[in-house]
Design a protein around this ligand. Structure first.
Ligand SMILES: *[C@@H]1O[C@H](CO)[C@@H](O)[C@H](O)[C@H]1NC(C)=O
Ligand SMILES: *[C@@H]1O[C@H](CO)[C@@H](O)[C@H](O)[C@H]1NC(C)=O
Ligand SMILES: *[C@@H]1O[C@H](CO)[C@@H](O)[C@H](O)[C@H]1NC(C)=O
Ligand SMILES: *[C@@H]1O[C@H](CO)[C@@H](O)[C@H](O)[C@H]1NC(C)=O
Ligand SMILES: *[C@@H]1O[C@H](CO)[C@@H](O)[C@H](O)[C@H]1NC(C)=O
Ligand SMILES: *[C@@H]1O[C@H](CO)[C@@H](O)[C@H](O)[C@H]1NC(C)=O
Ligand SMILES: *[C@@H]1O[C@H](CO)[C@@H](O)[C@H](O)[C@H]1NC(C)=O
Ligand SMILES: *[C@@H]1O[C@H](CO)[C@@H](O)[C@H](O)[C@H]1NC(C)=O
Length: 487
């Protein structure tokens, strides 16, 4: 490394450093049973997580985080971005109290939409997000929130040129450079960071890099040497520096970068297993906490949000792959899938189990085994999979080797569980029955649902309205006794 580079590195480090990097958590709600916000807040506090990203600005959720000391990144989801200054002001007024009492760090425009990906399927959203961004930040400025809450848009690797090996070769795609420059100027004016989502498995694949390179445990066969003596032994630092280089090439080296999503799906894709997820986080999180930075930004802390808290079986898979339903550290029933030390010390421990989760009875809906009319069975499987989550049946997923009959059972059961074990939903034209014999195999778990969080709230609210206090107490005790039997 030459003296000029060293000086440049020190200057950049001095500009960007000062605080410690943190481990945050993504919490999405595309699941049937919908965890109660208070359960999630409790879980975050138990696990020492103090930064959470949510894909909503819903008031009941913001209210649950109030006073928790947890900092939030919130999202004006698709369709909710303001189209003019008056809607931006109206939105802000409606949330004014909650924005004041919570620590909101950023408000993101759009969710799961990468507005700069012109070749992609979500093309028209750029203008909506860009204008929304400006209106919201202007409204925040007007009310004095501007210094604290930053409007922003999250980016991803699809905006970089593909098939590069060295970070120094990275650059934003030619057709988005102009708008990216305009966007980066906005970030600089508002003193906001560049936010990016990482998906190690597919991002490395996009550049033809070996999967072993993803893991930050120094065991990769692949080691990438770049200019100025930079050495890359893992995909995280490599990818981070690809963005550092891309920003530098547009003359925005001063912009801080936060990783808003990084995780490892446990099903639905080659390499997507709990074992790999465990290995990935075991080495990633200590690296984040150590504030070692990257070869291009040594010593610069990297705020990193884990993707994600729990599986989301209702995530759409028509435009995104099946693995998107399997990002969770927890299954949708609140059980941790693998060991992960959320404090970043790399210990072999499970995260705290979710409190207040009530399981439905151990029963499953399965195929009768009558294969006289295989077309009929297939049609029923298709019907079940249109509503239930069958992504674990996809090629290379955990239940891809079941064979015809078990495959049908799997489909029927997810449908049944999606409808919270309603007997009427185990009706596939005489091809199914309900059983208490667990049909799971060694590799493939047949899920059992948990009692839906929102249902519980509605239920106790109804009780509160209908009965005087003393009777209500007795009824609640009976209900709890019955539910307790299911645990
Ligand atoms: C939360 O945000 C406040 C500023 O709004 C900051 O002082 C504090 O350090 C943040 N906490 C964490 C855990 O990031
Ligand atoms: C602002 O946008 C909203 C909703 O898109 C629309 O109903 C309203 O008329 C617009 N207001 C102005 C002043 O353009
Ligand atoms: C918000 O305020 C900051 C600081 O005064 C300013 O630089 C920025 O341009 C403002 N943003 C908008 C969108 O008005
Ligand atoms: C990357 O290169 C390979 C061959 O070298 C090619 O098949 C693939 O399409 C390229 N990927 C992209 C995204 O351009
Ligand atoms: C990998 O190697 C780097 C550089 O020698 C070192 O700082 C880091 O602690 C190592 N990580 C592990 C998990 O061994
Ligand atoms: C970045 O700055 C350099 C030096 O001022 C200049 O030569 C170059 O054209 C700039 N690049 C861009 C993309 O603006
Ligand atoms: C098996 O399915 C066929 C076609 O649906 C049906 O006609 C037949 O009665 C079924 N057999 C039994 C034993 O249920
Ligand atoms: C199992 O069901 C899925 C979803 O309908 C289907 O794609 C797959 O081909 C089936 N596999 C077998 C062995 O029937």
């Amino acid at each position: 490394m030459g003296p000029t580079t060293t000086v440049a590195l020190v200057v950049v480090a001095a500009l960007l450093c000062c605080t410690e990097g943190f481990i945050g958590m993504n919490w999405g709600r595309m699941s049937a049973q919908r965890l109660l916000p208070s359960q999630v807040v409790d879980l975050m506090l138990q696990n020492g997580i103090r930064n959470v990203r949510i894909s909503t600005t819903q008031s009941d959720i913001l209210r649950a985080f109030q006073g928790s000391g947890i900092n939030l990144s919130i999202t004006l989801f698709n369709g909710n971005q303001p189209h003019n200054m008056s809607t931006a002001r109206a939105w802000l007024q409606s949330k004014y109290h909650l924005l004041r009492v919570n620590n909101i760090e950023s408000v993101h425009m759009g969710g799961g939409v990468y507005p700069f990906n012109w070749g992609g399927i979500f093309v028209p959203d750029y203008d909506v997000n860009w204008r929304g961004l400006n209106y919201v930040q202007a409204a925040l400025n007007e009310t004095g929130f501007g210094g604290k809450i930053k409007a922003n848009i999250v980016h991803y690797s699809g905006e970089l040129i593909p098939n590069i090996t060295k970070p120094s070769d990275a650059a934003f795609l030619d057709n988005i450079k102009e708008r990216m420059t305009e966007f980066l100027r906005f970030l600089r004016d508002n003193d906001a960071p560049f936010l990016v989502d990482f998906n190690p498995i597919t991002d490395l694949e996009r550049c033809g890099l070996d999967l072993s390179f993803a893991f930050p445990d120094n065991k990769s066969k692949l080691v990438i040497n770049d200019i100025n003596g930079a050495v890359y032994t893992n995909g995280f630092q490599w990818q981070y520096d690809c963005f550092v280089w891309a920003l530098q090439k547009l003359n925005f080296s001063d912009i801080k970068i936060d990783v808003m999503t990084v995780g490892w799906p446990t099903d639905g894709y080659p390499g997507a297993t709990s074992l790999n997820a465990e290995r990935y986080f075991k080495y990633l999180l200590p690296m984040v906490i150590s504030n070692q930075g990257t070869p291009k930004r040594p010593g610069v802390p990297i705020n990193t949000f884990i993707n994600s808290l729990a599986d989301e079986p209702k995530m759409r898979t028509d435009v995104i792959s099946p693995f998107n339903r399997h990002w969770g550290i927890y299954r949708s029933n609140g059980q941790p899938k693998f060991k992960i030390d959320l404090s970043g010390q790399g210990r072999d421990i499970y995260p705290t189990t979710m409190k207040g989760i009530m399981r439905m009875p151990q029963r499953w809906c399965v195929f009768s085994g009558n294969s006289t009319d295989t077309d009929k069975v297939r049609r029923q499987v298709e019907r079940a999979c249109a509503k239930g989550d069958c992504t674990t049946l996809a090629p290379a997923a955990s239940c891809s080797n079941l064979g015809f009959g078990k495959n049908a059972s799997y489909a029927f059961n997810v449908y049944f569980q999606t409808y919270f074990q309603d007997e009427k939903s185990c009706d596939f034209e005489g091809l199914s029955y309900i059983t208490d014999q667990d049909p799971s195999t060694e590799d493939c778990l047949f899920p059992v649902e948990v009692v839906r969080g929102n249902q519980l709230i509605e239920f106790s609210a109804a009780l509160a309205l209908l009965w005087p206090l003393n009777i209500r107490g007795v009824v609640l005790l009976i209900v709890l006794y019955i539910l307790g039997g299911f645990l």
